[in-house]
Design a protein around this ligand. Structure first.
Ligand code: SAM
Length: 217
């Protein structure tokens, strides 16, 4: 099999030698044992062995829909969300979003961060990072959808039952507008609390995903 340049560099950094064993994955859930047969200027040759069932994914895919945030905060969110098992990150434009949009280069960087975090956390799946959509165009159907909204009475851990894919929605620093909350709840999205304290916009998504990780799935 051939490896992308980043992975070749990684093999060299690890100083692997012919005969060394490693695990490879394709980013879409396939994972296998492999033996390094050759590593030189011309590239690497790997012999694929047994498929491995890593079993590191949640019972249903979890999508995190997160409002666009200032500076580099989304990098931290994507990195930690990947470690916490998210299957997809959908960026959101909301009424009070800190920034109106992100450029193509930043999106590419977020995707690279997801790939690196996936490898670090030994997942065989690299979460998708999807270009921003307006909140009101976020598809809610066919999923168990939850929106983190201060003052909500419901708790995620008590409502989640894994019968359907999960959608978690988290707002910008300025919060959601009343109209946005009304549209989400009208679409079946359940408002959930993250406790009596107000979390920063980059902390709230991780508290949502942390509540799932704490279930041990
Ligand atoms: N003044 C804003 C408000 O009242 O919505 C605060 C927004 S908070 C800094 C950013 C986002 O984090 C919120 O839109 C919400 O999605 C989430 N969040 C923060 N603290 C929360 C809490 N205690 N419960 C539920 N969601 C919370």
């Amino acid at each position: 099999m051939t490896l992308p340049p980043d992975e070749l560099r990684h093999l060299r950094v690890l100083r692997l030698r012919p005969g060394d064993r490693l695990r490879v994955f394709d980013g879409r859930g396939q994972e296998a044992e492999a033996v390094l047969e050759r590593l030189d200027e011309g590239g690497a040759l790997l012999r694929l062995g047994e498929a491995v069932q890593g079993n590191r994914e949640t019972p249903q895919p979890v999508t995190l829909a997160v409002a666009l945030l200032k500076g580099d905060k989304l990098s931290d969110v994507v990195r930690a969300a990947t470690e916490l098992g998210v299957a997809r990150v959908q960026l959101l434009q909301t009424r009070f979003s800190d920034v109106p949009d992100i450029g193509e280069q930043k999106l590419i960087r977020l995707r690279r961060i997801a790939a690196e975090a996936s490898k670090q956390s030994r997942r065989a799946v690299v979460p998708e990072v999807l270009a921003p959509v307006p909140l009101l165009q976020l598809p809610l159907g066919g999923q168990q959808a939850f929106v983190a909204h201060p003052g909500s009475a419901e708790r995620l851990s008590e409502r989640l039952d894994w019968s359907l894919p999960v959608l978690l929605v988290s707002g910008p620093e300025g919060g959601f507008s009343d109209a946005e909350v009304a549209a989400l709840t009208a679409g079946g999205c359940v408002g959930v609390t993250l406790g009596p304290r107000i979390l920063r916009a980059e902390t709230a998504p991780l508290a949502l995903l942390g509540a799932i990780a704490a279930l041990g799935v």
